[in-house]
Design a protein around this ligand. Sequence first.
Ligand code: HMG
Length: 384
Amino acid sequence: MTVGIDKISFFVPPYYIDMTDLAHARDVDPNKFHIGIGQDQMAINTKTQDIITFAANAAKTILTEEDLETIDTVIVATESGIDESKAASVVLHRLLGVQPFARSFEIKEACYGGTAGLQFAKNHVTLHPESKVLVVATDIARYGLNSGGEPTQGAGAVAMLVTANPRILSLNDDSVMLTQDIYDFWRPVGHDYPLVDGPLSNETYIQSFQKVWEENKRRNKRQMADYQALAFHIPYTKMGKKALLAILEEETEAEQERILSRYEESIVYSRRVGNLYTGSLYLGLLSLLENSEELSAGSRIGLFSYGSGAVSEFFSGNLVPDFEKALCKNRHHTLLDQREKLTIETYEQLFQDKLNTDTDQFFDDNTPFSITEIKNTVRDYRPF
Ligand code: HMG
């Protein structure tokens, strides 16, 4: 029996800004954002769209009635939680209509949380092959207007259904994990935005990747040639490339070209969305699977997960025959293409228009699962 990703989908809010517009507004050369950072567009949400809105939309489109009756665990990975106690997955469980005898919880370790959820799901299904686990990585990445991190913001969710004998990617038992207590990016309780040491975060990301890659070679006796592609956590698309280049020196030119071409395919979506925090690695995986012509059944994909603070994991999965048929490429492309472009002025207004959950109020936003009401500090959501 294999265990892994049977279904996978993403959702991003219906608005974006163009990075050329942001560069002009910040008096920066647009090439810094497009080439230096590697971002073309950035997803923007209104205050009536939150991590539950994104999670519900990402999951709803892939789940059948049979899935809803079989899922026995709902996991939300996020670092943009809306409650210090109650897990977002409990609300998600109700909005989606998952059968009641399920466990629901939220996981946190910066951008690594999605991988923690995926590995929990894999272990659970290995023990209980008849069950299905829904894992949703959902976040709003914000650093503040005019801040150093502003061009690396983003918002959205990736939903994955983990089952026995999956139709997309079977996960291998080859994880190499690494924990280092480092303050490269953190958000103390009560702070709206993270505190970040940009250069240290870049450096820690790269050295973490080098460490788990070397350990993977040693423990699992694998070389670059054993991987059809590598997918990375993508805080901005230049980041994964920098880490990749740090280990590619020892490879032949042909091998470097092969793996860098796959990398370009893995960042097609992120270039248009920005950082999804917990979801970024899985948005990269989806981008690779839906935009590459070079992958085939049995191909091994290496995945590098990184969460500031810092926890990393390198692991792999193998593509299942006919994996293409289980993807939703057209829907994902349409979702990105149909978004509305905002002016920088509107983006700044939306950014400052914060949700006040201490005042009862109604909202009128047609986005499925958007917030319709605040009552007694509790958010209610538009049904699908
Ligand atoms: P910065 O100071 O704005 O940018 O910070 P810079 O001056 O370092 O320039 C960036 C790149 O643009 C450089 O290229 C420049 O040369 C180039 P590099 O040397 O890096 O290859 N550049 C240009 N290129 C072409 N034409 C030009 C031009 N000008 C400059 N005219 C930074 C950038 C990413 C640090 C900042 O945006 C930031 O702090 N972002 C947030 C932190 C972050 O994303 N860190 C990534 C690693 S940590 C991580 O992945 C975890 C995270 O997702 C959180 C979590 O785990 O929860 C963030």
